[in-house]
Each structure stands twice: as structure tokens, then as C-alpha cells.
Design a protein around this ligand. Structure first.
Ligand SMILES: NC(=O)c1ccc[n+]([C@@H]2O[C@H](COP(=O)([O-])OP(=O)(O)OC[C@H]3O[C@@H](n4cnc5c(N)ncnc54)[C@H](OP(=O)(O)O)[C@@H]3O)[C@@H](O)[C@H]2O)c1
Length: 339
């Protein structure tokens, strides 16, 4: 099979940074599925792993942790899927990624693809949906009882924000205040169901006050934790909860939360597969629930740009766009070139 790999230690514009290379198609053991990958999506984790890989890689490192495809064969202990099933998944950071025509993935972190979506529409969803779902319902433990409480989504138009706005509104019944800084990202957030949009480059607590929110019950930090955490800590209600998905560069002052008995939580969507936690099947279940929400038209896919085919040139362009930090929704690549 002809996978795309990163050769290591090279800048993105080096013509040899990404290469297409021949690899043997693996066969599944245990609870693994062998999936024929039909569409992939790119995420900031791809560019972060690429940047951290300073040593030459031989064989090249297969990046990519978002895919939709068809099951080809299953390991002897697999019980959730059979050959021919359409699936979508993010995979695990400590295994080869999805920038490959065939990939092995543990069935416990795989969902049945939404029936109403194409492969490319489905590939946009897994990584960001797992992140947003776990942040809302596993880390912050927000009840799905339409409480009418408020949530601030810092970074609303990005990949994770685009699905989090929908889940917060449609599943948790929260009042959603998203942040965006440009007319097109503001419109994107409103179209996804944000009740209000404020600008993350301006004073957040002041803007919240102006639209009638003295405090907010929950906050999700999807960008620049160092800058956004103090604003979230100031705006959070007594006993409120904050969750960040982005690593901080300098230490965060937890003292800001003390008098309000507010709490801070981390979400890392690779925790379950990386440590093979006993509850890793939760990702299978939540992806199936995402598919149900899509098929009942409760939420919609977040794909905004589709590139074809899946080759070195398009992958480089996708990384370049992501690195500019202004992506709206998701970028997807589909169709392997015919050889
Ligand atoms: N922990 C995890 O499991 C996990 C999972 C997924 C992603 N992540 C991390 O989460 C981050 C976001 O991922 P993503 O896929 O959503 O990224 P993305 O799609 O690249 O995010 C782009 C968006 O960020 C917004 N933005 C730029 N500067 C901002 C700021 N200072 N404050 C708030 N928003 C800002 C932009 O909005 P405007 O153009 O309107 O400014 C843009 O729409 C990345 O660092 C990624 O590595 C972590």
C-alpha cells in the first residue's frame, strides 16, 4: 500500500518532508479492525507531532488521526464490526495514523459511520466529536437535562468548537456563547447554533456583561490556554467549571478559582486509547451517538473544505492552512490517487 509519511526533521516546505511510500498491508489481531481508509481529516495534532519529530524517520512516520472507511477484515476477538461495515474513528496517537490506504484500529474506539453522510462528510467528525463530547459530558459532567445554564466556547469556529457548539446547544440545552474574531467565523458560529458570539481578541468578561451575562456556568478553552484561562476564571460563576484541551506554556494560577470553588479540568481525547483504560469502549458508544444525532438531523457535519486526491501536495497544503490557526470547521482529504 502507498501510505504518506513524514520523513522527520524537515520544514513543511521541504519537498521531501512528506513522501508517498510502499508499505505492507497489515493484518488484524485481537480486537483490531483492518480498515480501507476512504477519507481523512487533518487536525492541529498532526502539525504538532510533525513539528516535534526532529529526528529522521525510517520508515516515514504516518500521521493523521481522523478517518472514515470500510472494514476489510477483523481480528479473532473483534465482536462489534464485520467486513463491509462503514466506520469512522480517530485512532490512537501511539499507533500509525490514518494517512494510509489501510489502517489497523481497535474496534472499541470506532463508531458506525452516520448512514446519511458520505465518507468525506463523516471523516470530519471523529477526533473533534470525541474531544467535545468528553469535555462536556465526561470532564465537566454537564447533565443532558436542558438546564438552560450558560457555556462559553473559546474558539467557536475551529474544528472542536464547531461540534461543541452544536452538542452544548442540542444535547445539553445550554445557552451558548461562542468566541470568534472575524465576520465569517462569527457567522459560522451563529449558523451552528451559538446564541451569542463575542470576540476572543477583546475583553471577554466585559463583552459578557454587555450581552447580559454577569457570569457563565461552564467554559471550554479550545485555543491559547495561557491567554484565555484568566478570562474564563474571571467570568466563571461560583461553583462553575472550566475545561481546556490546549497545553499551557506557562503555569496557570489555580488560585483564581479558589474563592468561587470553581474547578479546572483537562481533556485529552487520546487518554482512553493511549492508556487502554477499562472504559475505552465509551468512545465507540459516543461515536455511535454522534452518528445517531447526525442521522436524525439534530447536528450536522463540520466539514468546510474538501481536497482531492489524498496525496503529498494536498496534505502539505492542509498542514499549511491549519498552521495559520484560522481554520473554519474542518479540512478533509478524499480519494487515493489511482496507481
Ligand atoms: N486535548 C485534546 O484532546 C485536543 C483535541 C483536539 C484539538 N486539540 C487542540 O485544540 C486546539 C484547537 O483545535 P481545533 O481543531 O479546533 O483548531 P482549529 O480548527 O485550527 O482552530 C482555529 C480557530 O481558532 C480560533 N482562534 C484563533 N486564535 C484564538 C484565540 N486566541 N482564542 C480563541 N480562539 C482562537 C480561530 O477563530 P478566528 O479566526 O475567529 O480568530 C479559528 O476559527 C489545538 O491546539 C489542538 O491541538 C486538543
Amino acid at each position: 500500500m502507498n501510505a504518506i509519511g513524514y520523513t522527520g526533521g524537515k520544514p513543511l516546505n521541504d519537498p521531501d518532508a512528506f513522501v508517498q511510500f510502499e508499505q505492507e498491508t497489515p493484518s488484524p489481531s485481537g480486537r483490531d479492525l483492518l480498515v480501507e481508509v476512504r477519507a481523512i481529516s487533518v487536525n492541529p495534532v498532526d502539525t504538532k507531532v510533525r513539528e516535534k519529530t526532529s529526528e529522521p524517520q525510517n520508515p516515514p512516520l504516518i500521521l493523521g488521526w481522523d478517518a472514515a472507511g470500510k472494514v476489510i477484515s477483523v481480528g479473532p476477538e473483534a465482536e462489534l464490526f464485520k467486513p463491509g461495515d462503514k466506520v469512522f474513528y480517530a485512532g490512537s496517537i501511539n499507533r500509525p495514523g490514518s494517512n494510509s490506504p489501510f489502517q489497523l484500529v481497535d474496534e472499541r474506539i470506532v463508531g458506525s459511520m452516520p448512514k446519511t453522510l458520505s465518507f468525506e462528510e463523516a471523516a470530519a467528525l471523529p477526533l473533534t466529536s470525541i474531544t467535545a463530547w468528553e469535555a462536556l459530558f465526561d470532564r465537566l459532567r454537564i447533565p443532558k437535562n436542558k438546564s438552560g445554564k450558560s457555556i462559553l466556547v473559546l474558539g467557536g469556529a475551529g474544528g472542536v468548537g464547531s461540534i461543541a457548539i452544536q452538542l452544548a446547544n442540542k444535547v445539553a440545552g445550554l445557552k451558548v456563547i461562542a468566541t470568534a474574531s472575524r465576520p465569517e467565523t462569527k457567522k459560522w458560529c451563529h449558523d451552528l447554533g451559538a446564541h451569542h458570539v463575542v470576540n476572543h481578541h477583546e475583553n471577554i468578561p466585559n463583552q459578557l456583561n454587555e450581552i447580559g451575562f454577569e457570569t457563565i456556568d461552564y467554559a471550554l478553552i479550545f485555543n491559547d490556554t495561557d491567554k484565555n484561562y484568566p478570562s474564563a476564571a474571571e467570568a466563571i460563576a461560583p461553583q462553575g467549571k472550566i475545561c481546556s484541551i490546549v497545553e499551557n506554556q506557562s503555569s496557570l494560577d489555580m488560585g483564581l478559582l479558589k474563592s468561587k470553588s470553581a474547578s479546572f479540568h483537562w481533556e485529552f481525547m487520546f487518554t482512553r486509547p493511549m492508556f487502554k483504560t477499562p472504559d475505552m469502549i465509551e468512545q465507540h458508544l459516543l461515536l455511535n451517538e454522534i452518528a445517531r444525532l447526525i442521522d436524525t438531523k439534530t447536528i450536522k457535519t463540520t466539514v468546510n473544505q474538501i481536497m482531492s486526491p489524498i496525496n503529498v501536495e494536498n496534505l502539505r497544503k492542509a498542514h499549511d492552512t491549519l498552521e495559520k490557526g484560522r481554520t473554519i470547521g474542518k479540512i478533509v482529504l478524499k480519494d487515493w490517487p489511482s496507481t
